[in-house]
Design a protein around this ligand. Structure first.
Ligand SMILES: Nc1nc2c(ncn2[C@@H]2O[C@H](COP(=O)(O)OP(=O)(O)OP(=O)(O)O)[C@@H](O)[C@H]2O)c(=O)[nH]1
Ligand SMILES: [Mg+2]
Length: 704
């Protein structure tokens, strides 16, 4: 492939609601542009951007897929498209969010049969936050239930009057054959499942009249933003095409106009018109403002996106390819990168060699000699570099803010299916964690379980399926154990006395302690109030150790005791028989006695839960959260649905995902994170204690 300069590059994030047709549209674009010999299809697993085994099996996008195409453009200027085909499922929306950081324009895809959907609105908001221009494509226009007009009306209603068609459909549903171009005022007709190139013709009949009105509306909207154009428009009733073009370009960049185009990715209708439009109206990297980062001393630094700037690039994606190894996908934020350059990683403070510099076409690497500012590329086998890192000219340090990845919304306990596979599992998982930063793997210090966390159940299950497919390791998932804790509500004042003085060397330790509750989160406090040597100073830490060890083992149900204070205020000792060991035992005895008096109770983790779903399910979901001992904290409309916040005990949330899915027909999603520990109501506590006694068995009981 040719090398393209900054002004000829178009970086586009293709985003939209799950299943609206993004991957198919990109496949059609690649085929039309001659980047693939056939048009890839989701049904046969042959698209460029859904190459992962799990994507092919499930027929959904899971990660952002990259693709590149050359396009001569209507004016033969020659541009290169870098497409980031993002997943539309809510569980993977963070992938789309991360992709937005490396593009200058969002291609927001809307399903003609679905209109504005939950994710459409969410993605629109993300573009707004980044001040990213948006170009809409209504695709699947050939679908039996397609309603292009209805979709466009809903988009205007939702996103404002800046949403403006630049095309009208020729025919509808099964008779959709192409588009009326409202700028050039031409009909563009396509052959279904053809090469995506239009036969241009004159507009005739009813379409001609509708197009005239559409043209006027467009021209008026363009003129609104520009006094000179407005004057021209009022004097002449229209403005010349070249003024339309430059006015619309400016309006797209300024986020004043959000053009709407029509297509059918599946039948490859409307594609050359779409690519021509993107070539002409989507901004190049140089036009989207300067690159902003932090220089030495955390000082803000701004640099133009140009070859003249010092070299800097940021890795925004890592692919763990089982064969090629680690692939680092990056954006050149400034400067000019050549094959075999050595580039300094500012994040890791190490030099990396960019051997075999390439472009990324799905999973295929296409070697390239050089990349200009603003372009996207890939390189294999960097030593230390991970997603989010900034690299560049060592003499001109800078670091760009890395994308934010979500914390885990849900955790599962994970176990290797065959014993002895643990190391293999953790090795494979660590490779996958490099690729998917929304995946979390950790060991719970209290329950000792290995936990795999993700944005939802399906996310974690996909990770498990990949483990098997890619690395041939099998694991089991189950609900994690709840990390209960114990504490006290009352006070105690007790003596712990350990005495064994029959025959041989005796043991003697004796302590008196007071015990009292601390506020939640207070942990453990030990206060020494011994004066006058009732217990020799060197034995006091042993008393504390005895208490702490016992507290770790728990009193009610084997969970660590927390949030209490112990005051050691008296005791006695024996000149010969006292030892550290003896005082440790005395401390432990004192602890147990104190627990008997101090009204021990169980604590459980309470989660902050956020649920999003279409409004019609909200009542049902609130009732369900209440029945899970949840406390509803608030409710508000968001993204065209309802957003509910509640605090719910973790123990009641272990099966939430599947219940939510069935209650909302898969349209609800949730997120939760730890909030605090709170008392377990006595009814539940009794069950937990009984269960723990049964599990720990008689042996443990007797030992105590
Ligand atoms: N009739 C018709 N069907 C289409 C068209 N485009 C896509 N589809 C079908 O719609 C389904 C979803 O298509 P995808 O291209 O995977 O949609 P997507 O937006 O990439 O999906 P996610 O990435 O999972 O969000 C598939 O069954 C496609 O065959 C189209 O233009 N017309
Ligand atoms: Mg897709």
């Amino acid at each position: 492939m040719k090398v393209y300069g900054t002004a000829q590059i178009r970086n586009l994030a293709v985003a939209g609601h799950g299943g609206c047709g993004k991957t198919t549209l990109v496949a059609a674009a690649l085929y039309t542009a001659g980047a693939t010999p056939q048009q890839g299809r989701v049904e046969t697993g042959t698209t460029v951007t859904d190459f992962d085994e799990q994507e092919i099996q499930r027929r959904i996008s899971i990660a952002t897929g990259m693709a590149v195409a050359e396009w001569s453009g209507a004016d033969k200027s020659g541009v290169k498209f870098n497409f980031a085909d993002t997943p539309g499922q809510n569980l993977f929306v963070h992938e789309a969010a991360a992709a937005l950081a490396v593009v200058e324009c969002m291609l927001l895809v809307v399903d003609a049969a679905g209109g504005v959907q939950v994710q459409t609105a969410k993605l629109w908001e993300l573009a707004e936050q980044r001040k990213l221009p948006v170009i809409f494509v209504v695709t699947r226009a050939d679908h039996d239930h397609a309603d292009v007009e209805g979709a466009v009306a809903a988009m205007r209603e939702r996103f404002g009057r800046g949403v403006c068609p630049v095309q009208l459909g020729l025919g509808e549903q099964r008779t959709f054959t192409g588009v009326a171009d409202l700028i050039a005022m031409q009909a563009k007709e396509y052959t279904a499942s053809g090469n995506g190139r239009a036969r241009a013709g004159a507009l005739e009949g009813a379409v001609a009249e509708a197009a005239r009105q559409g043209h006027e509306a467009l021209v008026e909207l363009i003129a609104e933003g520009d006094d000179k154009l407005m004057e021209e428009f009022f004097e002449q009733g229209t403005i010349p095409v070249e003024h339309i073009v430059s006015g619309l370009r400016d309006a797209v960049r300024a986020r004043r106009i959000f053009p709407v185009l029509l297509a059918s990715g599946g039948l490859n209708l409307g594609l050359d018109a779409l690519l021509d439009f993107l070539a002409a109206y989507a901004p190049s990297p140089a036009e989207a403002g300067e690159a902003e980062g932090l220089g030495p001393g955390q000082q803000p630094v701004r640099r133009p996106v140009a070859d003249t700037a010092p070299l800097s690039l940021q890795v925004f994606k890592t692919i763990a390819d089982p064969f090629a190894g680690r692939l680092s996908v990056f954006k050149v934020r400034g400067g000019h990168l050549r094959n075999d350059d050595t580039v300094f990683n500012f994040t890791r403070q190490s030099a990396e060699r960019f051997a075999h510099l390439s472009l990324l076409q799905g999973k295929q690497l296409q070697p390239i000699a050089e990349l200009h500012a603003g372009d996207l590329g890939v390189v294999a086998k960097l030593k230390d570099t991970l997603t989010g890192d900034t690299l560049g000219d060592k003499a001109a340090p800078i670091s760009y803010p890395p994308a934010q990845w979500p914390e885990a919304a849900i955790h599962f306990a994970l176990e290797a299916k065959s014993r002895g596979d643990e190391d293999k599992v953790s090795l494979a998982l660590h490779k996958m964690l490099e690729e998917d930063l929304a995946l979390h793997f950790e060991r719970d210090p209290q329950t000792q379980e290995f936990l795999l966390g993700g944005t939802g159940q399906q996310h974690v299950e996909i990770a498990v399926a990949k483990l098997k497919q890619r690395y041939n390791v099998e694991v089991k998932l189950r609900a994690p154990r709840v990390a209960y804790r114990e504490t006290i509500l009352g006070k105690a004042d007790v003596q712990g006395r350990h005495k064994k003085q029959t025959g041989g060397h005796g043991q003697f330790g004796d302590c008196r302690i007071r015990m009292e509750p601390l506020p939640r989160g207070g942990g453990f406090e030990f206060v020494n109030e011994i004066f006058g040597g009732a217990i020799p100073r060197n034995f006091i830490p042993a008393v504390e150790k005895g208490i702490q060890d016992s507290a770790q083992r728990g009193y009610l149900a084997g969970y660590p005791v927390v949030d209490f204070r112990v005051v050691l205020y008296d005791g006695s000792y024996h000149d010969v028989d006292s030892s550290e060991m003896a005082f440790k035992v005395a401390g432990s005895l004192a602890f147990k006695k104190a627990m008997e008096q101090a009204r021990p109770v169980l604590l459980e983790p309470i989660m902050e839960v956020e649920v999003e779903s279409p409004e019609e399910f909200a009542g049902d979901l609130i009732g369900d959260l209440n029945s899970r001992r949840g406390r509803i904290e608030g409710m508000m409309p968001r993204n065209g649905g309802e957003f509910i916040r509640a605090q719910v005990p973790l123990a009641e949330m272990l099966t939430y995902q599947s219940d939510l899915t069935s209650k909302t027909q898969g349209r609800g999603s949730f997120h939760m994170h730890f909030s605090h520990y709170d008392l377990v109501p006595s009814q539940q506590a009794e069950k937990i204690i009984a269960k723990s006694r049964a599990e720990r068995g008689q042996a443990a009981e007797e030992e105590e």
